[in-house]
Design a binder for this molecule. Structure first.
Ligand SMILES: Cc1ncc(COP(=O)(O)O)c(C=O)c1O
Length: 401
């Protein structure tokens, strides 16, 4: 997508707006599949939570992706996108038994991450094969909010509870057909992945009827030119060797599964905003845009540093800006950033806006959530309309005083 393409999208559909480049998602999908081309059976389940627009799910499914879901609503979105139930895995955390049973009725692969539900589900549905999410007790991930495989994390069943898991499986006669872990996001060091994988292999030996081993996700993507990222190719080579050896010893060709979110969609996304006000203060120059953390919360929540380009004045003289939003609360997108000269009315483009951006958007300050566009084969397709005032009020019931 060129700057001109992006500007024409803003002219047609206005700002703020999310734009996703289909070809980038396809390239990432192919890159991950080819890193594991020497494993006979590989499943890439896209983590729907990263970006759950049905058109995006359809697109990723057309490349061959299955879906990784965490709520019954995500399961329904994936089914609506035409993904067959057997290509959907449901990995909830802390949800009710009723919700898990509903997902099982829809025919998706159930992944359970606590002993209480494992026992209840196994007792009631011994014939439904279940995957187990273990917690390998590994500290991995870009920051504490996204590190989920360590001992204090609420996710997964501790590997130290293996005797208890086995007792439940024996008592209920349920079948464990998969074993899973997800240790965190933005993991850079492939040795951490490989170390955690060894723990998963060890845990897998406890189950005789496995069909797949799911290594979760957490691949780090670059946020700017020259940025560090997970070396997928090297990781592919090393894990392939180890996985194939495990299957040989296990005596069965298992499926190797992953569930990437960021890796597939982060870099494909751009978030386009318009500069409302350029405000000079005694300490900085603020560029105030027609958005805020209601639309893109990652900088405030995770300290993520999205690249920001002034696409309507790309060759302007570079100056330093603090880019902030219009929310009545501190909503800083970037501090002290070198950006080509910003004028009121300019369009700024935020990079890495594909994953955990729109899906985390809200109506805070009673603003509308943005529109979304899919850029596919050099054409813009509107895949979500901007909200309207009716959307804000449609579920409100007016109490008659
Ligand atoms: C269980 C599970 N799988 C996969 C993912 C996707 O992770 P990422 O976006 O880092 O690839 C997440 C992210 O939170 C997750 O919780």
């Amino acid at each position: 997508m060129t700057h001109q393409d992006l500007l024409s999208i803003v002219r047609e559909y206005e700002s703020p707006i999310y734009v996703y480049d289909a070809s980038k998602m396809e390239a990432q999908y192919k890159r991950l599949s080819s890193a594991f081309s020497k494993v006979k059976k590989v499943k890439i389940n896209y983590a729907v939570k990263a970006l759950s627009n049905i058109s995006v799910l359809k697109l990723l499914h057309s490349f061959g992706a299955g879906m990784d879901t965490v709520s019954i609503q995500e399961v329904k979105l994936a089914l609506d996108a035409g993904v067959p139930a057997e290509k959907i895995i449901y990995t909830p955390n802390g949800v009710s038994l009723e919700e898990i049973e509903k997902a099982a009725q829809l025919g998706v692969q159930i992944n359970i991450d606590n002993l209480s539900i494992l026992e209840q589900f196994g007792t009631r549905h011994p014939k439904t094969p279940v995957c187990i999410r273990v917690n390998p007790h590994v500290m991995a991930g870009g920051n504490t909010n996204i590190s989920v495989g360590h001992i204090d994390s609420k996710f997964g069943i501790s590997i130290h509870q293996m005797p208890h898991i086995k007792r439940i499986v024996e008592n209920t006669k349920m079948t464990i057909n998969g074993i899973h872990m997800h240790t965190g996001s933005d993991i850079l060091d492939i040795d951490v992945f490989l170390y955690a994988s060894e723990i998963l292999f060890e845990a897998a030996k406890n189950f005789k009827n496995l069909e797949f081993i799911d290594f979760g996700s957490g691949f780090k993507v670059p946020y700017k030119a020259g940025d560090i990222e997970t070396n997928i190719e090297e990781f592919g080579e090393k894990l392939t060797e180890r996985f194939n050896l495990f299957c040989k010893n296990y005596g069965k060709e298992l499926t190797l599964a992953f569930e990437p979110g960021k890796f597939l969609v982060s870099e494909a996304g751009k978030f386009l905003v318009k500069v409302n006000v350029v405000k000079q203060t005694t300490s900085t120059v603020f560029a105030q845009v027609d958005s805020g953390f209601n639309h893109l919360i990652r900088p405030m929540l995770y300290g993520s540093q999205h690249e920001i380009e002034n696409i309507s004045n790309p060759n302007g003289k570079e100056r330093f800006y603090s880019v902030v939003g219009y929310i009545c609360e501190t909503d800083t997108f970037a501090n002290n950033r070198r950006i080509s000269e910003i004028r009121e009315g300019d369009i700024l483009s935020f990079s890495n806006a594909g994953a955990y951006c729109f899906t985390m958007a809200s109506n805070y300050n009673s603003r509308y959530r943005p529109a979304e566009v899919l850029w596919h084969k050099d054409k813009a397709h509107l895949i979500r309309k901007r909200e309207t005032f009716e959307d804000l009020v449609k579920n409100q019931l007016i109490f008659d005083l």
